[in-house]
Design a binder for this molecule. Structure first.
Ligand SMILES: Cc1ncc(COP(=O)(O)O)c(C=O)c1O
Length: 298
């Protein structure tokens, strides 16, 4: 199914969606974004995504042009413009992109009075079911997660070259995700997901101070864990801790809770998805469905 793109309020087919080459998002990567997904056709945790979008935008001195209500309406209107091929069974991927906008060449933000706001909506097609059933392999890559004194990893920015290079390395190694350390050599996160381990029944993830994106799924899992009879601790994680773990899993909007069965040539646990990840995934999905409520029907 082709995507529908909302360009500054204008709904376009994907082949008609264009922005200026003088947009500073294109020229300099000056922009921020969010990726969200639907459950039962309803955007999930929209308020948290919009709050993070505002934090990211604030960190680059960019003013979002819409209220949360108007953002929500624009997202829903874009989704509604997609053809419904499997009524009731289709879930959607939504990417909201906010850039500095169009202006003279140069880094002065004053050159760009109007930000560009794009909403891309398409059918959610991944990840494949086997990710959850059989688990995935990570590659620990040589690319280091951004130092917080450079482009801070807390900003969900369009400046994604570091992540893209990390993922290129993982893809060359046939892995599903790229695991990165921070500049201190501790485990930080993956190119598009956060990382967790389970050891002796205890779940842990690196603290935000390790220099990582404050994942919406990561945060929601802190709400999910007690309902699954578990608690999550934040502490520094070293490479060896992952290899010695009973289970490892990654989280993200589309990854949900995806079990990791190996990191390069290191088998995790017995090399199959573990029971804690399975329990967290089941509880996560149940709570996501409860949060969005029943599917919309006329
Ligand atoms: C670097 C990075 N870490 C973590 C995540 C997971 O974040 P979320 O759970 O908000 O999707 C993403 C999402 O794309 C990401 O790009």
């Amino acid at each position: 199914m082709p995507a529908i793109v909302n360009v500054n309020g204008q709904l376009c087919r994907e082949q008609d969606a264009v922005i200026s080459v003088f947009d500073h998002g294109f020229l300099y990567g000056e922009g921020v974004y969010e990726v969200l997904r639907t459950y039962q056709g309803t955007p999930f945790l929209l308020d948290r995504h919009l709050a993070r979008l505002r934090r990211s935008a604030g960190a680059i001195a960019l003013e979002p042009p819409l209220s949360d209500e108007a953002f929500g309406a624009r997202i829903r209107e874009t989704i509604a413009a997609l053809p419904v091929e499997r009524p009731g069974a289709t879930e959607y991927y939504v990417r909201v992109i906010l850039t500095r906008g169009v202006g003279e060449l140069g880094y002065d933000p004053a050159a760009c009075p109007t930000p560009t706001l794009l909403v891309i909506a398409k059918e959610l097609t991944g990840p494949p079911a086997w990710y959850f059933e059989r688990g995935v392999r990570l590659a620990l890559v040589s690319i280091v997660r951004n130092h917080p004194g450079t482009v801070n990893p807390r900003i969900k920015s369009n400046n994604l070259l570091n992540n893209a290079l990390a993922m290129q390395e993982a893809l060359r190694k046939g892995a599903a995700e790229a695991l990165m350390k921070n500049y201190r050599g501790e485990i930080a996160e993956c190119s598009q997901s956060n990382i967790f381990l389970v050891k002796d029944g205890r779940v842990a993830t690196p603290p935000l101070g390790a220099g990582l994106l404050a994942g919406i799924t990561r945060a929601f899992l802190f709400d999910v864990a007690p309902a699954a009879g578990l608690a999550i601790e934040e502490h520094t994680i070293q490479e060896a801790d992952l290899y010695a773990a009973d289970e490892v899993f990654i989280t993200g909007t589309t990854f949900e809770v995806t079990p990791v069965v190996s990191i390069d040539d290191h088998r995790i646990g017995n090399g199959t998805p573990g029971p804690m990840a399975a329990r967290l995934l089941a509880t996560y999905r149940k709570m996501a469905l409860e949060a969005v409520g029943p599917p919309y029907s006329e």
